[in-house]
Design a protein around this ligand. Structure first.
Ligand SMILES: [Mg+2]
Length: 333
């Protein structure tokens, strides 16, 4: 059997059952944005790890080393944000090919250091090795969250509102700008910057986690088309998304017209936006969205509604059902 036959998530479903059996009370293992370990009375420990491999996750000649360092840490902080937690410490393992020099690595570490300082995270260790092939970067992050506030992917219920904390599609469009070698003018520059320097929504995650009406959260890493399926799987539900409600930035709208991209497909399947998907009870959504707008000066955008499991994932445009041609990222797909 080939890996492409079962896909990334099929693989995880295949190997994970023995590791999910007999977990100690309160421990959450494989299947959420972070593992959760009860630690002390007023805090759960959060653990997450993410790997970036050259030519799969990034093209080395197209990314400044400082941006790459920044992003390697940011994608992990985003998983802590998705649980409503606060990141504390990081560990870095790196496999370095022989054509990378010390000055390149200096810049890479400056990128990590800048974000670590801004978010009060300490790099405490890791491993360095030579790589006979591509550059390989793995960062693990530990964080903390109050046990009453931790949010999982598993709490969504039919009728709940699906919302996002930021624009969708900018990062995917930025990657497309790079791959299609588009000239880097104003809009293109903005989109590429969103791709290279995503912001983990830590403040938004912690704020939403304190709200009782928020039933589930995760970060947008593979695109909502893929990420919503993870929530559906964990929560045992379906989802219906109104494509015209996906929040699109003005640069993405203009670039989509200019290059003939479908902005809805870019927004739903582009991935790497690293904003948060927040699932909210309908009776609480109005109040929470209004307070979110006052607090962050940006909307908490409603994009759809959680449905029953047999309805699967459905998209609508102008009230009519539509199908997407591109789907969220799957490593072995
Ligand atoms: Mg995640």
């Amino acid at each position: 059997m080939r890996l492409s036959d079962i896909g990334e998530f099929g693989l995880i479903r295949r190997f994970s059952p023995p590791f999910l059996r007999n977990l100690p009370a309160g421990v959450v293992g494989i299947g959420d944005d972070c593992a959760v370990l009860p630690w002390k009375g007023n805090a759960h420990l959060l653990v997450t790890t993410d790997m970036l491999i050259e030519d799969i996750h990034f093209i080395r000649v197209k990314a400044a080393p400082r941006d790459l360092g920044y992003k390697s840490l940011a994608v992990n902080l985003s998983d802590i944000a998705a649980m409503g937690g606060t990141p504390r410490s990081a560990f870095l393992s790196i496999g370095v090919p022989s054509d990378i020099n010390v000055e390149w690595l200096d810049e890479f570490f400056r990128g990590i250091e800048g974000l670590a300082r801004a978010e009060n995270v300490r790099l405490l260790g890791g491993d360095t090795t030579k790589s006979p092939g591509p550059l390989v970067i793995n960062i693990g992050v530990l964080g903390g969250v109050h046990p009453a506030r931790v949010k999982y992917r598993s709490g969504a219920k039919p009728g709940n509102i699906i919302s996002v904390t930021g624009f969708l599609g900018d990062s995917g469009a930025g990657l497309r700008v790079l791959i299609e070698n588009r000239p880097l003018k104003g809009d293109e520059k903005y989109l590429v910057r969103q791709h290279h320097r995503p912001r983990a929504h830590l403040a938004e995650g912690a704020w939403l986690a304190a709200k009782e009406g928020v039933t589930a959260m995760m970060d947008v890493s593979d695109g909502i088309d893929s990420d919503l399926r993870r929530i559906m799987e964990r929560s045992g539900c379906g989802a219906s998304v109104d494509l015209e409600d996906l929040p699109l930035s003005a640069p993405l709208k203009r670039a989509a017209i200019k290059y003939g991209w479908n902005p809805f497909e870019t927004a739903a399947s582009g991935g790497e936006d690293y904003c948060l998907l927040a699932i909210v009870r309908p009776d609480r959504f109005g109040k929470i969205a209004a307070a979110f707008g006052r607090k962050f000066g940006r909307p908490l955008s409603k994009i759809g509604v959680i449905t029953r499991v047999h309805e699967g994932l459905k998209y609508r445009l102008g009230g009519k059902p539509v199908t997407l041609k591109r789907h969220g990222f799957d490593h072995f797909g």
